[in-house]
Design a binder for this molecule. Structure first.
Ligand code: EPZ
Length: 405
């Protein structure tokens, strides 16, 4: 099991707040992590990695003086999570210039909640030539209530508030385990923060934060993707290091489909011998069913014994995998943010095009269960969030290999 991408990226951003080096233990080899490392380098930090690339490497980040507190367009456009440096740069250096992230394949992805929250803490923001320019003398704690649950919005505001003067209360905060992991890291650095994992996070500003060694949480989306590989192929898969806490919604759904799901010492086990029962899924903010597993679960439902209604309530365009799954013989009708999946007895292998990170994982899962050979092209999308997925699947008995495109 690798460390969670969506916990490591905010942790890397948080290192900008620290006077001393921050060590993040459990880093897989992911494109987004190396991209974020490049960004931190541009911001004057020194980033190094030690380990043997087994998914448990240690990143060491020593922040420098960010004389150029700017996240350039050509980097931000490849990784929206770059927006996570906004809060720390403002808190530490009083200024930041971030290319306004454009939309991405799955949706428009605005950052209005991030900007409104930072303005409530006293920052002044302006948009010029596609860049957000933000300045603040010293951020002042204030109440901030988010219009909707936003994971990186909550994380950005947490990182801005820990060095602000006075108390900040974040209401309607995101509850994701990755948000809690960030709070644990910030507390380890000396921040005064409580309430993570609830709707209200209270942060009392401190003068400075120190370096720390932080063991990052396991990647629950990777774990669930591997468990779904077991379920879709009628196999018996145990994912070591998977923590059932934080995966409740997807494990419950797996049980509803007739799969046997059990917590075993140090991991989670899934077995599926009988038919796949079609079930309905509606994505929701944590602790609801994660949008990052919607595509993978849809692949599984393509082989269900009836109808499965899948609603995507978080992002407006996260059904790009549907057209590709149809090429394998899947029966899926989409109307707005709802997909009706009529299970078929089998899928047939085909050449497919990956469009975004989680959609590419969905196509790999479908390929594992399909008759014949499936080729997934443009798997640079996959490499953004999965570390050597084909190696892990091969160790489970899959006939899968990476070939030159
Ligand atoms: C995080 O993205 C994750 N990324 C996403 O994972 C994940 O899908 C998403 O949370 C939802 O769980 C990281 O943690 C790096 P949001 P984020 O802000 O924070 C709207 C993956 O595959 N919104 O929680 O960008 C937004 O448009 C990635 O690993 C605003 O309108 O998502 C969306 O509809 C994909 N204004 C909803 O809120 C804002 O200012 C939730 O988005 C912010 C968000």
């Amino acid at each position: 099991m690798s460390g969670a991408k969506n916990a490591i990226l905010p942790a890397m951003a948080a290192s900008l707040l620290s006077e001393g080096p921050v060590e993040i233990v459990g880093a897989p080899l992911l494109r987004d992590i190396s991209t974020f490392g490049t960004l931190l380098g541009i911001l004057g930090a020194e980033v190094s990695r030690t380990g043997n690339g087994d998914g448990r490497d240690t990143l060491r980040i020593a922040p420098g003086v960010a004389d150029k507190a700017e996240a350039p367009y050509d980097l931000v456009k490849t990784m929206r999570a770059s927006v996570l440096v906004l809060g720390p740069l403002l808190a530490r250096y009083g200024r930041a210039r971030i290319s306004l992230p454009g939309g991405c394949a799955i949706g428009e992805r605005p950052i209005d909640q991030h900007l409104r929250g930072l303005e409530l803490l006293g920052a002044r923001t302006a948009l010029s030539e596609g860049y957000i320019e933000a300045t603040a003398d010293r951020l002042k704690g204030a109440p901030v209530c988010f219009d909707m649950k936003t994971v990186t919005g909550t994380e950005n505001l947490m990182m801005a508030a820990v060095l602000a003067e006075g108390t900040t209360v974040l209401s309607n905060a995101a509850l994701e385990p990755e948000v809690c992991d960030l709070a644990r890291l910030l507390r380890g650095m000396g921040a005064d923060i409580e309430g993570e994992g609830t709707d209200e996070i209270v942060i009392r500003g401190v003068r400075s934060l120190r370096g720390v060694r932080h063991e990052v949480m396991a990647d629950r989306i990777e774990a669930a993707t591997l468990l779904l590989a077991g379920a879709i192929t009628g196999g018996d898969v145990t994912v070591d290091g998977a923590d059932p806490f934080g995966m409740g919604a997807v494990l419950d759904k797996l049980r509803e489909t007739g799969a046997e799901v059990s917590a075993v010492p140090g991991g989670v086990r899934v077995r599926r011998a009988g038919p796949i029962r079609s079930v309905n899924v509606k994505t929701a903010p944590y602790p609801g069913f994660p949008t990052d597993l919607q595509a993978q679960f849809m692949a599984y439902m393509c082989l269900g014994d009836g109808f499965s209604i899948i609603s995507e309530t978080i992002f407006e365009n996260r059904f790009m995998h549907v057209a590709e799954l149809r090429r394998m013989g899947a029966r899926i009708d989409v109307s707005g943010n709802t997909a009706a999946v009529k299970g078929v007895t089998n899928l047939s292998g085909a050449p497919l095009m990956a469009t975004d990170l989680r959609a590419s994982a969905s196509l790999v899962l479908a390929g594992l269960a399909a008759a014949g050979t499936t080729e997934v092209l443009r798997i640079y999308h996959l490499d953004r969030g999965y570390d050597a997925l084909e190696r892990k699947l091969r160790s489970l008995g899959a006939d899968i290999s990476r070939v030159k495109e």
